[in-house]
Design a protein around this ligand. Sequence first.
Ligand code: UDP
Length: 325
Amino acid sequence: MKVLLFGGAGYIGTHVALAFQKRGDTVGIYDNFSSGLRDNIIPGSVVYEGDILNKDQLKAALADGWDAVVHLAAFKAAGESMTRPEKYSLNNITGSLNLITECVSAGVKGFVLSSSAAIYGEPTYLPIDEEHPKNPENYYGYTKLAIERHLEWYDKLKDLRFAALRYFNAAGYDSNGDMMGLENSPANLIPVVMEAAVGKRDTLQIFGDDYDTKDGTGVRDYVHVTDLAEGHVMAVDYILANDESITVNLGSESGLSVLEILQESRKVSGREIPANFVGRRAGDPAKLVATSKKANDILGWYPKYSSLESIIKSTWDVYKKNFNL
Ligand code: UDP
């Protein structure tokens, strides 16, 4: 099969590329390298330097004939989306609409969207299933929801089959060390903790200590990126084989607080990791935990690498090597 990954040089994209390549598929990587890294490109991939805002570049890459597309080319910092929404509307909405339009013109049959738990907003019940009300608390989540809705229309109107994969918190690194590239200026918790561990930043700022959670800090469902990557392969196979679109959560089903992540990172790294409490970050729900039952039932997807220990250890191994520790 030929699969073209938009945003394929990013953190999640490279792990997805690895999963498709491991089973012998032809993998294309389309990236503008604004945050993706050239070092992350797996040898043997077809590489296109391009932007999803540039229709000519999109047309040229899609003209090479691809069975399926995975769309991971999005900004993902929920906090930033609240202060710079226009950045998110341009790339995550306008760019995605361009891409979907060009995929339909090029005759692509299957489209996988990196969606997010952020579409649900503050939960009204837990664990969150796919039917849970969608009231994003941050603009980033809104952009993902908007594209999901668009895909539902295009499924009906244009016969474009899609899989919307609602990731919970992607974390960890390939455990064989096949993906070593670090994100530049990360805003997500675990890479920030790691940067504080290696001394790249002075301290971890913990956003809020007064949430209604087990220890007052935010609780999230961290799912290993290798498990997520496997979910993409299963999703592409499913939508093409069944000629049917799907929307599923991909989460580990366990809720971990900021303090639990910090504590495990201190244990695994043996480093002090300075941290201090600051105010809440706008747009942050208190607690997000998934049920992935639908992905279990439809795709046969079960996380294998998503224990706290495996997530922190695989991440620390990569930071340690990059910082020669
Ligand atoms: N968080 C934090 N300090 C940071 C980054 C994140 O305390 O520097 C908290 C954040 O408030 C949330 C959790 O860590 O409770 C996960 O945040 P992240 O940005 O990784 O993912 P999100 O769930 O917002 O997409």
